[in-house]
Design a protein around this ligand. Structure first.
Ligand code: CA
Length: 222
């Protein structure tokens, strides 16, 4: 569903990758191993991983947050560009996919930069808030269960510093957002959050047709 950017022909997509992708060999192997898993289609596309790493670099990000880590590709992409002392807090509930993630983070030499919390993400986010982390993160990536998207967005916004950025994945949901017969809870939750962010005066935003749709929301200073 989000293994590649939507709306591009195979040839044009191949051109895009050939002329911009700088994926490391470890990342490529992680992507190939993940593609063989039952839910491998949930993995982000490599150009999206590279884009988010570029965003983190542009922002000079040091403290990052990720909701929904799966086998760790996006966390690896971002952790690789964090400076010494930088930290990525990754939230997921699946020990089996986390084991894959840890193996590749170790191999890539970024394991020490990633704090993986295996627990319901809202509990982990609440714990960060309770620990005084409000306003301390530079960048957050939301890519977990869609029915909690609004709650994740609100928590991430609270944890971001002014000028921080939240990126929300799957906002085009393989086109289901414009299919009126799709009334399942995931699709409804994605539509609702898209509409909310579009007019949310706490942020500036941009919805990109990257991967399965990526919404960027930049937290305003006041
Ligand atoms: Ca996703």
């Amino acid at each position: 569903m989000s293994k590649r950017s939507i709306g591009l022909s195979d040839d044009l997509y191949a051109y895009l990758l050939e002329n911009s992708l700088r994926e490391t060999e470890v990342m490529r192997r992680l992507r190939e191993e993940t593609a063989k898993l039952p839910w491998g289609g949930m993995q982000i596309s490599p150009e999206q991983g590279q884009f988010m790493a570029l965003l983190a670099q542009l922002m000079g990000a040091r403290h990052c947050l990720e909701i929904g880590t799966f086998t760790g590709y996006s966390a690896l992409a971002v952790a690789q560009v964090l400076p010494a002392g930088g930290r990525l807090v990754a939230c997921d509930i699946d020990e089996a996919t986390a084991a894959v993630a840890r193996r590749y983070w170790q191999e890539a030499g970024v394991a020490a930069k990633i704090d993986l919390k295996i627990a319901p993400a809202l509990d982990s986010l609440d714990a960060l808030m309770a620990g005084g982390a409000a306003g301390s993160f530079d960048f957050a990536f939301i890519d977990a269960d869609k029915s909690n998207y609004d709650a994740y967005y609100e928590s991430c916004l609270a944890l971001l510093r002014p000028g921080g950025l939240v990126a929300v994945d799957n906002v085009l949901w393989d086109g289901a957002v414009i299919n009126s017969s799709r009334t399942d809870s995931d699709t409804v939750a994605i539509r609702a959050l898209n509409g909310k962010i579009a007019s949310d005066q706490r942020v500036d935003c941009s919805m990109l047709p990257l991967g399965d749709g990526l919404m960027l929301a930049h937290k305003r200073s006041n």
